[in-house]
Ligand binder design. Structure first.
Ligand code: NAD
Length: 247
């Protein structure tokens, strides 16, 4: 129970990676605000059934006033904010030369600007408390990936944002790190099973040295460590969880 008496927010926690992260933080003793644009009931119920503490909050992370309300909710409900996990993200893949500007804008708005709002609002509380952990979910795609110009640009932006936040706030007792998942089994990636009768999925498995997709818990385990006191001297890092896929 490394996170007892800590309050955490996890965005995009209605399903997928965010749900895995929220459940792990709750198992470690944190009170978790499960934040999502979509339904949060299932994640909250799973945490409570397992004996943890959680509440749901509806938010679109690309709207600043909604993110402000989310942070305020955590402070009002639990008395502060110790751990902010900016996980909500989307993709709209397609080759750059044909990419509609709407697909560029929406991915930047959610994945990059949403992370900016979450980081900025969390910092206001954490700087006053002189403690806190910010963990931003980037992606191995930040290094560039065919069909993901918008997503790669947003996720590279998350790395720059994270490293700057880390440096600006290191003397305030706040750490800020980014995690780059490789290929984790969630609704976002399971879509690939429908492409070419599963051939696209199989070829992805061959690109992963460990030969299989990761699980949301694999990312949750790292988030819990970075959120714990054990990681107090780790900041401005970009850590891969990719079964060897990200070089
Ligand atoms: P997912 O699509 O399964 O879940 C994303 C969740 O975010 C959903 O519950 C969705 O409702 C929520 N969401 C989307 N837009 C939102 C918004 N504007 N405001 C609030 N909530 C919003 O995706 P996932 O695979 O769980 O991905 C989670 C994060 O991990 C994303 O940032 C993604 O880019 C990143 N990531 C995933 C993988 C992977 O292999 N699955 C790899 C690298 C990075």
């Amino acid at each position: 129970m490394r996170l007892e008496n800590k309050t955490a927010i996890v965005t995009g926690a209605g399903r997928g990676l965010g749900r895995g992260i929220a459940k792990k933080l709750a198992r470690e003793g944190a009170r978790v605000v499960v934040a999502d644009m979509a339904d949060t009931d299932e994640t909250v119920a799973e945490i409570i059934e397992a004996g943890g503490a959680a509440s749901g909050f509806q938010v679109n992370v690309s709207r600043q006033e909604e993110v402000q309300a989310l942070i305020q909710y955590a402070v009002d409900t639990y008395g502060g904010l110790d751990i902010m996990v900016n996980n909500a993200g989307i993709n709209r893949d397609g080759m750059l030369h044909k990419m509609p500007v709407e697909n560029w804008n929406v991915v930047i708005d959610v994945d990059l600007t949403g992370t900016f709002y979450g980081t900025q609002e969390a910092l206001k509380v954490m700087r006053a408390q002189e403690r806190g952990r910010i963990i931003n979910i980037s992606s191995g795609s930040w290094l560039g990936n065919i069909g993901q110009a918008n997503y790669a640009a947003a996720k590279a932006g998350v790395v720059g944002l994270t490293k700057t936040a880390a440096r600006e706030n290191a003397r305030k007792g706040i750490t800020c790190n980014a995690i780059c998942p490789g290929f984790i089994e969630t609704d976002m990636t399971l879509k690939l099973k429908e492409v070419n009768d599963g051939a696209a999925w199989d070829s992805m498995m061959q690109r992963i040295p460990m030969g299989c997709a990761g699980k949301p818990e694999d990312v949750g385990n790292l988030v819990a460590f970075l959120a714990s006191d054990e990681a107090a001297y780790i900041t401005s890092e970009v850590i891969n969880v990719g079964g060897g896929m990200i070089v």
